[in-house]
Ligand binder design. Structure first.
Ligand SMILES: Cc1ncc(COP(=O)(O)O)c(C=O)c1O
Length: 404
């Protein structure tokens, strides 16, 4: 084959450390804190099997047929009810809002960016932020303005300064992308005050907020957080979520709810991309929602993952208490660790995998700018409690080796 001339946009997709890591996850002798995988032992395989059978018995002809781009009507109805039950929406949706079903929330993030962002348009993100969203933004040549997170979440005071200074140049962010609850990668949860302030800014300066919320449906502490969407009285929030962390990522069902004007454009873009998400899977998820399978799982997930989170926090305290600092997450899947010594965790990764048999995601790629190279993201939902304990002990040995 001759030389293939790929498109320029491929230059934006880095051959990232994450991909190197994903390759090692499959190796059985590696303890992996990389990836964002739920515990496969918790997948509701029996319930999914029964739902599949029921769908085929009762609705095969519709479930195996093409359906509308926005998503199967019954699923969209069930999704609204689910969001109201779980406190995402205060009541029935606003008249000017619409819901659209996607193939995982990743597709929703991509499509929203696709319909809103031209090359050079400004997007505000948290610093650090979700890596795969950054890749979408790079892919669309967005100009990223990243704003620091502190223990209360996005620094909204800094955001307001940034918005004001952009205003002086007649510019404005197209949207602010946030993961307000149990953020990926840091595990930080935005305080209610900051949430309200963020919404005030969105309203005052007429800026859209893209709220990405895979993790708020179960928490490990009884804290009071409400999604921005719940608090949004002016229709500024595009809310994106997914069944990946509450049912199973292999189903690939996510959704977005937001201003109809935008959702209609997202639907057009989705039509170009893949016409629709699989009808059959949508019917299956509808059934699981109707049977309350999802709702019943949430307390079980919280209980199970709380134990794993605690195992990781205890192991960190025991083995790396003097070498690192970290954030205690109230939910989600990750602990964000910052080494006290300025060791580059990207350079450390190969040794971690090859000599110590442990993998993690180095922190640098999560930063749109000014990476803090001594950071790393550790996943606690996938490995067993024993593996967490052993893996952190090994990681500590490695950090000690490099610290002396
Ligand atoms: C913050 C965030 N957004 C979106 C996604 C994408 O999830 P999915 O496409 O499986 O719904 C993830 C997955 O880990 C995530 O952590």
């Amino acid at each position: 084959m001759g030389r293939v001339l790929f498109s320029k946009r491929l230059d934006n997709i880095e051959p990232s450390a994450v991909r190197v890591i994903l390759r090692v996850i499959g190796k059985s002798n590696i303890i992996s804190f990389a990836g964002g995988l739920p515990d496969s032992a918790l997948f509701p395989a029996e319930e999914v099997k029964r739902a599949c059978e029921k769908v085929l018995e009762e609705s095969a002809y519709r479930a195996l047929q093409y359906s509308v781009t926005e998503g199967v009507e019954e699923l969209r109805e069930e999704l609204y009810r689910f969001m109201v039950r779980r406190g995402v929406l205060p009541g029935h949706p606003r008249d000017d809002e619409e819901i659209l079903v996607t193939s995982g929330s990743q597709e929703a993030l991509f499509l929203i960016t696709h319909v809103l962002i031209d090359s050079g348009d400004i997007v505000v993100t948290e610093r650090p932020t979700y890596l795969a969203m950054l890749q979408i933004l790079y892919d669309h040549y967005a100009e990223i303005v990243d704003i620091d997170l502190d223990p209360n979440g996005l620094d909204t005071y800094k955001l307001e300064e940034v918005v004001r200074s952009l205003q002086r140049e007649n510019k404005k962010p197209k949207f602010v992308y946030v993961v307000p609850t149990c953020q990926n990668p840091t595990g930080i949860t935005m305080s209610m005050d900051r949430r309200k302030h963020l919404l005030e800014i969105a309203e005052t300066y007429d800026i859209l907020i893209l709220e990405d919320d895979p993790y708020s449906y179960y928490l490990y502490e009884p804290i009071d957080v409400k999604p921005l969407k719940y608090l949004d009285s002016s229709g500024k929030v595009l809310y994106v979520s997914t069944f990946s962390k509450i049912l199973a990522p292999g189903l690939r069902i996510g959704w977005v709810v937001g201003p109809r004007e935008i959702i209609q454009e997202v639907a057009k873009a989705k039509q170009v991309l893949n016409l629709q998400s699989p009808t059959f899977t949508q019917f299956v998820v509808t059934n699981l929602l109707r049977e309350q399978v999802v709702d019943r799982r949430l307390p079980l997930l919280a209980e199970h993952y709380r134990k794993k989170r605690d195992a990781m926090l205890n192991a960190l305290e025991t083995y790396v208490g003097d070498l690192a600092d970290w954030v205690n997450p109230v939910g989600g899947m990750f602990v964000w660790v910052k080494l006290r010594r300025n060791i580059d965790t990207m350079n450390m990764l190969q040794l971690a995998v090859e000599k110590y048999g442990v993998a993690y995601v180095p922190g640098a790629p999560f930063y749109p700018s000014r990476p803090e190279v001594n950071t790393m993201r550790l996943n606690f939902t996938y490995p067993s409690v024993d593996m967490i304990e052993t893996g952190i002990r090994k990681l500590a040995e490695l950090i000690r080796e490099l610290s002396t």
